[in-house]
Design a binder for this molecule. Structure first.
Ligand code: 6R9
Length: 659
């Protein structure tokens, strides 16, 4: 580091708040603080402002129907089509030649889709889906890498009113089968493979293993040929079709967008919860699209002429809302990248930003921590002056990482939005608005306009500033999940039971995050308070990992907790009891790791497997996870007096610390 750098770091280390630069404010979409009052005074009618960003086939007459709480309905008697809103209307508005998707493959090969190109491909794939027998309301599963065929397939589904269920390509074959079974999905769109750090990966093999475990008949699968000559030569069965051949047969076909009711399902997205079964979060057409378009406009400050890049994977909610639906609804150019940030070099992302002159960049703290570790020479070797705004999502960002991002990527001239939200919320909920709010590194900011969020204690009373409590949302919002797929009961149990009061008919949404608030109403998110881990910004249930581990031959019992990790935020620690007759050896450790990779995916791979004779349990037989977490973190241990077997704690601790 130069002397200037040292001086800069010292100055920034002291600074606790930052105002958005005037150059940004001058051009921002939202700059008047009065928006907060406007939304709260006119709630719920304020949400017409979001709905007005869309084109409706028939106008809605009520904004919010709350006659059957918590099964809220938004814009309920309106009709619209999401694909029409994300594609056709931009073509009709004279913007057919504007770029919709800029795709960058891992090897540097690129593809550009104008809105006209996207219109053509979405229509042709919609015709293909119809030919395969897909009807309105059939759930179509997608298990695809980051290639343009993924958003094309999603939008083609939206065009014909078939909800999609996208399964992250890094998830295992088992995870695919579980999700297809749960959604009774008879159609799969997948790919032969993709590239990772220069290697061709065989994705079709995994998809095939998943299909083998689907309990019902699968009517058709479509396979994109991504690898060409690098492919693995798999034969397609009678119900498996090659994407290109199908598309060739439908060249020039057009399919009229189906009028969907605002409350009709747009997609399902499975996410982790406290039990082993992933939850099928249901999002609808009107509320979700209005909410993602509105937040993309007000928080990401997107405008049609922008080139915008969100480096998430479309397999997660962030990619659904802020690579596909929000940006395309606004007519923006959205960038998609297939590979990893460090291939072929650690400057790949900065190279892409420079190459496409990206205006707005949205990424995750786990990535920022890796960039920091790699050093400033990588971003410094690129011209990043096109950037106007930066964003983060997925986990808390510590002030040091925030300041690094602000200085070395934003060069002190881009505001940062630290956006708290969830799969279930559909879009951003707690964040500053970049043209208005003072930013405080480490704190996401106030609830967005129209979002009534508070931080409460276990009794539901507001906590004082500075004290830790639980984040709650007291009023519904258009982007919210409507239910868990075919499981209304679990929907109520998981999100509403905790803080709602049926006597007064007050319904409160509980996201299962801890948080605190300061005197200015800024919220700092402290992390999950349930058994959900956040590994590199990816949401994983401890129960899912445990059930993968106990499925391994030789394992009797397992407890999984999260331990602090410099880069991943949290890492998986697995405490394992072996069955009698099995050695606690390297072979078993490897089988356990493989069991987790096969059951969930490599992202859930345990950082450490710790064999133990017993797990610390309370007298009533509950595993004391808190202690296991403290051990993983090398922290001083809390109270062990309620344990049935306190002596085991020292033994486990010695194993983890290597003493
Ligand atoms: C969008 C997304 C949701 C969980 C959420 C919280 C954590 C997300 C955050 C954040 C602190 C932020 N989270 N954004 N924590 N600051 N800005 O990530 O959805 O995968 O469902 O995860 O992620 O714990 O509850 P999802």
């Amino acid at each position: 580091m130069t002397d200037d750098d040292v001086e800069l770091e010292a100055r920034l280390a002291e600074q606790e708040s930052f105002d958005p630069p005037a150059s940004f404010v001058d051009q921002a979409n939202v700059t008047d603080e009065a928006i907060y009052d406007e939304f709260s005074e006119n709630w719920p009618e304020c949400w017409t402002r979001a709905a007005d960003l869309l084109s409706w086939d028939s106008e809605y007459s009520t904004v919010l129907d709350d006659s059957d709480e918590p099964f809220y309905e938004w814009f309920a008697d309106g009709d619209l089509n999401a694909a029409y809103n994300c594609v056709d209307r931009h073509v009709e508005d004279g913007n057919k030649n504007r770029v919709a998707i800029k795709w960058e493959g891992e090897h540097g090969n690129t593809r550009t889709y104008t809105y006209q190109d996207l219109y053509r491909e979405v229509n042709e794939f919609a015709a293909t889906l119809q030919e395969l027998g897909v009807k309105e309301n059939d759930v179509v599963t997608m298990y695809m890498p980051m290639i343009p065929e993924l958003p094309i397939a999603m939008l083609a589904c939206a065009r014909i009113g078939a909800p999609h269920s996208v399964v992250f390509a890094g998830f295992s074959a088992d995870a695919l089968a579980t999700r297809m079974n749960s959604a009774d999905s008879e159609y799969l769109i997948t790919a032969d493979g993709y590239y990772r750090r220069g290697d061709a990966l065989d994705h079709f093999q995994k998809a095939q293993e998943g299909l083998d475990n689907v309990e019902h008949d699968v009517a058709a699968s479509v396979v994109v040929d991504r690898l060409g000559d690098d492919g693995f030569g798999h034969e397609l069965s009678e119900t498996q079709y090659d994407w290109d051949s199908l598309m060739d047969a439908h060249r020039g076909d057009r399919v009229a967008p189906v009028e969907r009711n605002a409350e009709d399902m747009l997609f399902l997205m499975y996410t982790s919860g406290t039990t082993g079964e992933p939850k099928g979060v249901k999002h609808t057409t009107g509320g979700y699209l209005a909410y993602t378009a509105w937040t993309a406009q007000s928080v990401l400050d997107l405008e049609p002429g922008d080139t915008y890049w969100c480096s998430a994977d479309i397999g997660w909610i962030t990619g659904h809302s802020y690579i596909v639906y929000g940006p395309l609804a606004l007519g923006t150019t959205t960038v998609m990248y297939e590979g990893t940030p460090d291939y072929p070099e650690r400057d790949r992302l900065w190279d892409i930003i420079e190459k496409y002159a990206v205006d707005v960049f949205y990424t995750a703290p786990t990535a920022i921590r890796a960039f920091m570790k790699w050093g400033t020479e990588y971003p410094d070797s690129h011209d990043l002056s096109s950037l106007r705004l930066l964003g983060t999502v997925g986990e808390p960002i510590n002030p040091r990482a925030w300041k690094w991002y602000y200085t070395h990527i934003g060069h002190e001239s881009c505001p940062i939005v630290d956006t708290w939200w969830q799969t279930e919320t559909g879009g951003m909920m707690v964040t500053t608005l970049p043209g208005i709010g003072t930013m405080k590194p480490g704190s996401a900011g106030p609830p967005s306009p129209g979002i009534d969020a508070t931080i409460v204690d276990t009794a539901g009373e507001d906590v004082d500033a500075g004290r830790a409590g639980y984040l709650t949302v007291n009023k519904p919002w258009p982007g919210m999940l409507r239910t868990l797929y075919q499981n209304d009961e679990r929907f109520i149990d998981e999100y509403w039971e905790e803080y709602s009061d049926p006597d007064t008919d007050e319904w409160v949404y509980f996201p299962e995050d801890g948080a605190k608030i300061d005197d200015d109403g800024y919220m700092t998110i402290l992390g999950r308070v349930d058994d959900v881990l956040n590994v590199s910004g990816h949401r994983l249930g401890t129960m899912e990992i445990e059930s993968a581990i106990v499925g391994v031959n030789g394992v009797a019992e397992a407890a999984v907790v999260g331990g602090d990790h410099d880069l991943k935020g949290e890492a998986v620690y697995a405490y394992v009891i072996t069955e009698d007759g099995y050695a606690e050896d390297e072979d078993l450790r490897e089988s356990i790791i493989k069991g987790v990779e096969d059951g969930i995916g490599p992202i859930a791979r345990p950082e450490q497997v710790i064999f133990t004779e017993e797990l610390p349990k309370t007298r009533s037989g509950k595993i004391m996870r808190r202690l296991l977490e403290e051990i993983a973190n090398g922290e001083e241990l809390g109270d062990t007096t309620t344990l049935r077997n306190p002596e085991i704690v020292d033994e486990i601790e010695a194993k983890v610390s290597g003493d």
